[in-house]
Design a binder for this molecule. Structure first.
Ligand code: PMP
Length: 455
């Protein structure tokens, strides 16, 4: 069966999709909405095997910071593949690893990098989170972990135990315990019902109080883990002020602060790392997705004072994938040379402006928020002045599907899946954003028309 390259016939395509759907697990995810066989990609555009074009506003859940097949990255990868260098090497030293580490240590903020050590992990964000759990439990001798409502850290047992979303957790008995969840600040849907800095202060005061309370029931935690901008949780940015105060509290209580930058890292939020907006220094950062420049790679970077685990404590076969090292190094060089974090900040502002224009005509679009090119737009029903509206996951899902049919790839997330999430490549252009917005407008209007007809 022909699955790549030149356009295939419709029957061949549909048979292929059916075959894959029948053979793949019921847990498959994106393929349910994006039910075309994708062949080619170039930066923010992809084409299916029948030659239909899509604007990609998902960029492999943020793993393609430069988009598909960026020519400079591909050049490096191709010349590496032809060089005869070993392509897999467990975690032994190679020139590719050296180049990658040099790039990474130049890319991490100096205040963190100067004292940092790196653990290469199995090449997923989840495994790097597992490494963080293991490292800080070993280093502190403590068991408890503090995570946040709405947080997402992966799908392996340990990382899933840190997840806010109950969907994947409810059907699964026997998840590891010892995780304690705290409210993450949210202006529009404040867990304390007050919003703004008052809501932020309440969440900090509550955390500080619990940590001081000898009757809190929570033993001294091994770590606090969070995303500086929650991604899967619905694109919710924590303010720099809140992050700074959180850092103060964790310092005061002697608890390592781990920032999960798997989705936010490498320029996405307008700074190289999202936590930099708060001018803090965490004890560890978890990195994956963009780290490998589109190839699988993950690391845990942490202050060397915690480097107390034994040799082999987080062994694994596929750590430090050589192609990922080469593509990651090339990507970091480009991110810095072209100041792509800054571009993400301005393109993100442009994208938010365009979404606001859309929301003026389409009241089903509620709160629009984000940082850099990590943007979310709530889909709501019953919008009423002065209220945030009722989150409408079913409508969001229908819009996502209609967008795909109109040639736009975007994901939904957040509570009830009611947030449209925009994570395009940092190389996306303003005309491409305009074009995508035109298609999204069409998609929403068509969807609403259809709903009106069937009402
Ligand atoms: N942490 C965050 C913040 C993520 O967004 C994700 C993936 N969406 C993960 C961890 C897990 O990464 P992976 O899917 O590579 O295991």
């Amino acid at each position: 069966m022909k699955t790549t390259g030149t356009p295939a016939g419709k029957a061949t395509h549909d048979n292929g999709i059916r075959f894959i759907a029948q053979r793949e697990s019921n847990a498959r995810t994106y393929a349910r909405t994006f039910d075309r066989m994708m062949a080619r990609g170039s930066l923010s555009r992809v084409w299916d095997v029948e030659g239909r074009e899509y604007i990609d506003l998902l960029a492999c859940a943020g793993a393609l910071p430069l988009g598909h097949n960026h020519p400079q990255v591909m050049e490096q990868v191709q010349s590496f593949l032809q060089s005869g260098h070993i392509l897999q090497g467990l975690d032994i030293a190679t020139p590719a690893k050296l180049e990658f580490l040099e790039q990474l240590f130049q890319t991490l903020p100096a205040s963190f990098a100067d004292e940092a050590r790196i653990q290469f992990c199995g090449p997923t964000g989840s495994d790097a989170v597992e490494a963080a759990l293991k490292l800080f439990r070993i280093a502190t001798g403590r068991q408890s972990v503090i995570a946040f409502h709405g947080g997402y850290h992966g799908m392996t047992s340990g990382s899933l135990a840190l997840m806010g979303n109950l969907g994947p957790k409810n059907p699964l008995p026997g998840l590891p315990g010892h995780t304690h969840f705290f409210p993450y600040p949210s202006d529009r849907r404040c867990p304390f019902g007050v919003g703004g800095t008052q809501g932020e202060d309440l969440s900090l005061q509550y955390l500080d109080n619990v940590l001081r309370d000898p009757e809190s029931g929570i033993t001294q935690p091994a770590l606090v883990i969070l995303e500086a901008v929650q991604g899967e949780g619905g694109c919710i940015p924590a303010s720099p002020r809140w992050l700074r105060k959180l850092r103060e509290i964790t310092h005061r209580h002697g608890i390592p602060l781990v920032i999960d930058e798997v989705q936010t890292g490498f320029g996405r939020t307008g700074t190289m790392f999202a936590y930099e907006a708060a001018n803090i220094v965490p004890d560890a950062v978890v990195l994956s997705k963009a780290l490998g420049g589109g190839f699988p790679l993950a690391v845990l970077a942490y202050h060397r004072r915690y480097d107390q685990w034994l040799p082999g404590a987080h062994a694994g076969t596929f750590r430090g994938n050589q192609i990922g090292l080469v593509a990651g190094a090339a990507t970091m060089q480009i991110l810095r040379d072209q100041d792509l974090p800054q571009r993400a900040a301005s393109r993100g502002a442009y994208l938010q402006r365009k979404l606001r224009e859309l929301a003026e005509d389409l009241p089903c679009i509620g709160d629009i928020r984000g940082r850099g090119l990590m943007v979310g737009a709530e889909v709501i029903s019953a919008p009423e002045a002065g209220t945030p509206g009722v989150l409408d996951g079913a409508l969001a899902k229908a819009i996502k599907r209609e967008c795909f049919l109109q040639g736009v790839i975007l994901e939904t997330g957040g509570r009830h899946g009611a947030v449209m999430r925009f994570l395009p490549a940092l190389t996306i252009t303003e005309p491409e954003i305009d074009e995508a917005m035109g298609r999204i407008r069409n998609a929403i209007e068509r969807r609403l028309e259809r709903d009106a007809l069937t009402a």
